[in-house]
Write a protein that binds this ligand. Structure first.
Ligand code: SAH
Ligand code: DHB
Ligand code: MG
Length: 223
C-alpha cells in the first residue's frame, strides 16, 4: 500500500482553506490568546470550522449544544451560524479554558448568545435534562473521547427528530481500526462509532477529515 503523502494532504487542506476560509481577525486573535494562556492547540482546523458552520446553517439550527469548549474556536464558528435570536450552550471542564473562551466570544460580539457551563460535561448534561428545556437542533461532541458514548446517550435525551449530532476525532489517524487499542481515547472513539452505526434512533456516517493526518467527523441525524 502506498504511504499517505502527508505533505500533499496538507497542501490540499491549505488550498481549500485559501479558497473558502480566508484569514479572519477574530479567529486569529482567539488562537493567539489560547496559545498565550497555554491551552493545547487541539481546536478544529479552519476548514472543519467552516464545515461546522455550514452544517449548522443547513440544519437551520437555532439552539446548539457543544461538549468541549477549549478556548472557544469551534464555538465561534458555530455561534456565527446562528440567527440573532439563537442560543449556544457549551460545556467545559476547565475553568481556565472557559475563561479564554468567554473573553474571546465577548470580544467577537457573540457573547450574548453563548452560555459556557464549567464542570464535568456529564453533570451539565444531566442538569439540562433535569431542567427539561427545549431540545437542541445541533449537538457537537468534542470533549474526552472515553466519555463519547455516554455523551451520545445523554444528547439523545436533549434531541428532537431531525437533531444533528456531530462528534470530532472519531478516526484518530486510523487508531480506531484496532479493536484492542491500549489508549482509552481510541477505544472511546471506536465505541462511539459502533454505537452510532447500530443505534435505532440514528442515521449516520463518518466523514474523513484530513489536515496533517487523517481524522474523522461523525455525522448523525436523529430519527
Ligand atoms: N471544540 C474545541 C476543542 C475541544 S478540546 C475546538 O475545536 O475549538 C476538548 C476540551 O474538552 C478541552 O478543553 C477539555 O478541557 C474538555 N474536557 C475534557 N474532559 C471533559 C469533561 N469531562 N467535561 C467537559 N469538558 C471536558
Ligand atoms: C485531542 C482532542 C481533540 O478534540 C482534538 O480535536 C485533537 C486532539 C487530544 O485530546 O489530543
Ligand atoms: Mg476535537
Amino acid at each position: 500500500m502506498e504511504p499517505l503523502d502527508e505533505q500533499l494532504v496538507e497542501q490540499i487542506d491549505q488550498y481549500i482553506e485559501g479558497l473558502f476560509t480566508p484569514a479572519d481577525a477574530s479567529l486569529a486573535e482567539n488562537l493567539k490568546d489560547a496559545d498565550a494562556a497555554g491551552l493545547p492547540a487541539i481546536n478544529v482546523s479552519p476548514n472543519q470550522g467552516k464545515l461546522l458552520y455550514l452544517l449548522a446553517k443547513i440544519a437551520g439550527a437555532k439552539r446548539i449544544l457543544e461538549i468541549g469548549t477549549l478556548g472557544g474556536y469551534s464555538t465561534t464558528w458555530l455561534a456565527r451560524a446562528l440567527p440573532a435570536s439563537g442560543v449556544l450552550i457549551t460545556l467545559e471542564l476547565e475553568a481556565g479554558h472557559a475563561q479564554v473562551a468567554r473573553r474571546s466570544l465577548d470580544r467577537a460580539g457573540l457573547g450574548p448568545m453563548v452560555d459556557i457551563r464549567v464542570g464535568p460535561a456529564k453533570d451539565s448534561l444531566w442538569n439540562l435534562i433535569r431542567l427539561g428545556g427545549e431540545p437542541f437542533d445541533l449537538i457537537f461532541i468534542d470533549a474526552d473521547k472515553a466519555g463519547y458514548v455516554g455523551y451520545l446517550e445523554l444528547s439523545l435525551q436533549l434531541s428532537h427528530p431531525g437533531t444533528i449530532i456531530l462528534a470530532d476525532n472519531v478516526i484518530r489517524h486510523g487508531l480506531v481500526l484496532a479493536d484492542n487499542s491500549p489508549d482509552s481515547a481510541d477505544r472511546g472513539a471506536r465505541a462511539y462509532n459502533d454505537a452510532i452505526a447500530h443505534h435505532p434512533r440514528l442515521e449516520s456516517l463518518i466523514l474523513p477529515i484530513v489536515r496533517r493526518r487523517v481524522d474523522g467527523l461523525a455525522i448523525s441525524i436523529v430519527r
